[in-house]
Design a protein around this ligand. Structure first.
Ligand SMILES: NC(=O)c1ccc[n+]([C@@H]2O[C@H](COP(=O)([O-])OP(=O)(O)OC[C@H]3O[C@@H](n4cnc5c(N)ncnc54)[C@H](O)[C@@H]3O)[C@@H](O)[C@H]2O)c1
Length: 311
């Protein structure tokens, strides 16, 4: 089987990026949305991302550092090649179909990428409705960041063709695609999804088994919480901790700079999931208090102009 018709369900932050990127790489893409209002909300996002593609490509003509891996596998492009890619971005955007009809979206789809809200009940309700319209051949993947595919496989009517394909925000630059099956996923369909990820200029990162947080967050979350612990327990200030990491490992950024990028609200939501954070004398409790004080002061990270650092 080869994937041609792709459906992206959800046109939010990630759904709109996945749809445009797949269309940019030559796939026939339909975006399924649950209401006309959702369609109206998705349109400006798609247009904004299309403009980012075109502006970035234009910048790549004169500035080598503007190169984005998702926009071209080849790094050194001629002016004509870049102009062709700009035209391609415009056409990719124009060719997108947006629909609220399950029937129109699902019929004949080779691959459906679910990127709706991170809510298990809503995902289950969506799968249950979708199964009424999906063709037997259709592979179904979820972009869920925190939920495991085994939680949903039984509701998809095709557990062997169901798995996770997890993208990173700003997929044209940060072009990772973590591919993760559940115990019932068949290798053949896993391999198809890996190939699709490559075909849309992503770098597939293959997980051999289910893991909450995939590879990236399994590494990042403990790393960031170790740094938060050092600060909350007053072992060193945040600049010294970052400096230690950067100088000793050659990494471009330290944990507190990364926390500013992730956003302190997300960091806070992660720490309060730990029941120990209820105890103000425990390390998670001290971390929660420290983050809460910064959030209350409006210092939530890069997007707010201030987090641990000023921007
Ligand atoms: N934002 C990120 O950085 C990021 C990164 C990787 C993966 N993800 C995952 O992608 C998925 C979507 O995240 P997002 O950030 O794009 O969210 P979002 O809130 O920006 O968009 C969600 C989209 O789903 C639609 N939607 C919401 N509830 C629905 C329902 N019950 N039925 C049908 N459609 C519904 C909304 O209308 C919207 O189009 C989540 O599973 C999330 O974990 C997000």
């Amino acid at each position: 089987m080869s994937i041609k018709k792709v459906v992206v369900a959800g046109g939010g932050v990630l759904g709109s990026q996945i749809a445009l990127q797949s269309s940019y790489c030559g796939f026939d893409v339909t975006i399924w949305l649950r209401s006309e209002e959702s369609i109206e909300r998705a349109k400006p996002k798609l247009e904004r991302f299309k403009n980012i593609y075109i502006n970035t490509l234009e910048q790549m003509k004169t500035d080598a550092s503007a190169y984005c891996r998702g926009l071209s596998k080849k790094r050194d492009l001629t002016e004509n090649e870049i102009n062709d890619l700009k035209k391609n971005a415009e056409e990719a955007y124009e060719s997108l179909t947006l629909t609220t009809s399950y029937e129109e979206a699902a019929s004949d789809a080779d691959l459906i990428i679910e990127a709706i809200a991170e809510n298990p009940e809503q995902k289950i309700a969506f799968y249950q409705e979708l199964t009424k319209y999906m063709d037997k051949k259709t592979i179904l993947v979820t972009n869920s960041s925190t939920l495991l595919p085994s939680m949903f496989a039984e509701y998809t009517g095709r557990p062997e063709k169901y798995l996770s394909l997890h993208f990173a925000n700003t997929i044209w630059k940060n072009n990772t695609a973590e591919v993760m099956g559940h115990p019932g996923t068949e290798q053949e369909y896993y391999d198809e999804v890996v190939k699709f990820a490559e075909d849309i200029n992503m770098i597939p990162l293959k997980l051999k088994k289910e893991q909450p947080g995939y590879i990236l967050n399994s590494l990042l979350v403990p790393f960031l919480s170790a740094a938060e612990s050092l600060l909350a327990n007053d072992v060193a200030d945040h600049e010294t901790i970052d400096k230690t990491w950067i100088l000793a490992t050659g990494a471009p950024a330290g944990p507190f700079h990364i926390l500013d990028i992730v956003g302190l609200t997300t960091a806070y939501n992660i720490i309060i999931m730990n029941p120990e954070s209820q105890d103000p004398n425990s390390t998670p409790g001290k971390i929660a208090k420290m983050l809460k004080a910064k959030i209350d002061a409006g210092e939530t990270g890069i997007n707010a102009g201030k987090g641990f650092y000023k921007y």
